[in-house]
Design a protein around this ligand. Sequence first.
Ligand code: SF4
Ligand code: SF4
Length: 383
Amino acid sequence: MSEADALPVHQTDSISEVSRPEAGPRRTTSLASRRSPLAVPRCQIATLDSVDLVRHPSAGDFDTALAASGVEPLTAGPVEIFQINLGKLCNMTCRHCHVDAGPDRWREVMDRETVDACLDALDRTEAHTVDLTGGAPELNPNFRYLVEECVARGKSVIDRCNLTVLLLPRHSDLPEWFAERGVEVVCSLPHFRRRNTDAQRGEGTFEKSVEALQRLNQAGYGQGDHDRVLTLMVNPVGAMLTGNQCSMEREWKRGLGRNHGVTFDRLIALNNMPIARFLEWLEGSGNLQAYMELLVNSYNPATVAGLMCRNTLSVSWDGRIFDCDFNQMLELESRVNGADGFHISEFDPAVFESRRVVTGRHCFGCAAGAGSSCGGAIHDTSE
Ligand code: SF4
Ligand code: SF4
């Protein structure tokens, strides 16, 4: 019997669904499936630490940069956003993925027991928002149960959606299902032009994404209704910082509206994090040194107050606790009183509040330029 044969039927359904070639565009394969050294988080950290940044005043040390700009070390406040990463399973394998997600990551999917432990922990916080991410969170067999439970608790729910997953037969009713529950859909789409999007996410992604956006529009999303908010999330296609969020939103609204009749409510722009597959691409394309210099030279202390690790708790598919989704991918667990390795079932808000956030060189990705968080730019003063 194979490992997959031993799984519950609903999970084997998900695996066979996303393993078919038509399930999603494929830009690359996961680092894990290729047994790349960079599949190991400590190898990613070592690669970042090996970049020569000695000429910069902080020498590429994030905490030194904070101190030099008169900013206190990062500490977490009360949990406002409870972020749950439901697993690494995805129907796509985008080049820039910081999760190293893909169809082959079916072992790393949150089970029902851990989902329930998350709900118990959520009840111990004052968090107003539950932010569901992955992989493709919708592929987790417990996804709808979790959304229902969060909505019943009066929480705002965000689904971080890759769009193409909405075209899979078992998930094609999700636009209406989300609309009935007031779920905000945050969709990733690298560009409003086909060529740029397909370059990062795989041939045919753009066409599928536009079709999914049109379905969301038909369900009432993207038309200014507070209960049907459609947000587009954009990453640069290449080794550069993200552009100005306001002007991009205007440009994208024009481009998608005129050419495809698609409307959306707002656009958020994020820098690419130099970890996992984007790190592999930076290294392979000879851009790693220049990109890290760009991040470090663009450090902006005005972004620090808005960094997401200050008000977010991040839970991994196996229930471990992190300061953010990026630290989660680097296996840098939250530290409390000198210890780490906590499971969400042990979560006590009083103990975790005011903890010192675990940082590393990757943190410059959040604090460069206008800054970058799950909610987009942090300190955009250009318009
Ligand atoms: S970037 Fe998103 S859609 Fe692409 S492989 Fe990663 S999790 Fe999946
Ligand atoms: S990666 Fe960003 S959000 Fe995470 S700890 Fe560093 S600065 Fe905070």
